[in-house]
Design a protein around this ligand. Structure first.
Ligand code: ADP
Length: 177
């Protein structure tokens, strides 16, 4: 049984996953696991997709590589996809959302090519990742949070931190029973 929860922070690129995860990791001691870095550094891929500008992820290898660590608990998993992780590993799924004009500006600032930018904007508008999270996990563990402004981010961080505190309390109580 885990003594610390595992949380997925997901959402369209540019929505604020890295920023949220880094702050949460600093404040809570949970570990930030950026899946993009894992895929690259531990070679869980079949090469680079030039058209989409991303790694072609070998999901089986990815799960094999992270399984022992994640099963111990205490990870904040940061990725634009979430359905690949087994339900039994995950305690909370946070789907960050952002206004499309704000997202446009953020991706533009990152010099995204026009086709990639448009694809991500469409994905955000169509709620693709929210739907994916709702399809893959029980609805009570999926939380949608807005990330347009710094103030919203602060509120989100506070909310997730109190969720973690409660999870630990409930978990400790369950263990004693
Ligand atoms: P992701 O990891 O989802 O691609 P990032 O965390 O890298 O997103 O954020 C993309 C950019 O948007 C960064 O420059 C970050 O500082 C900014 N940003 C993210 N969330 C917010 C927010 N809630 N308010 C203001 N700026 C934000």
């Amino acid at each position: 049984m885990r003594t610390q929860p595992n949380i997925i922070v997901t959402g369209t690129p540019g929505v604020g996953k890295t920023t949220h995860c880094e702050t949460l990791a600093q404040n809570t001691g949970l570990k930030h696991m950026a899946i993009n870095d894992v895929v690259k550094s531990r070679e869980c891929h079949d090469g680079w997709d030039k058209e989409f500008g991303c790694w072609i992820v070998d999901e089986d290898k990815l799960l094999d590589v992270i399984e022992d660590e994640v099963k111990q608990g205490g990870y904040i998993i940061d990725w634009h996809a979430c359905e690949v992780f087994p339900k039994s590993w995950i305690d909370l799924v946070v789907v960050l959302r952002v206004d499309s004009t704000v997202l446009y500006d953020r991706l533009k600032a990152r010099n995204y090519a026009e086709n990639k930018l448009q694809e991500n904007l469409d994905s955000e508008i169509m709620e693709v990742l929210l739907q994916e999270a709702r399809d893959a996990y029980d609805e009570e563990i999926v939380v949608e949070l807005r990330s347009d402004t710094a103030e919203e981010m602060e509120n989100n961080i506070e909310r997730i931190e109190s969720w973690i505190t409660n999870w630990k309390k409930n978990n400790a109580a369950e263990k004693e029973q």
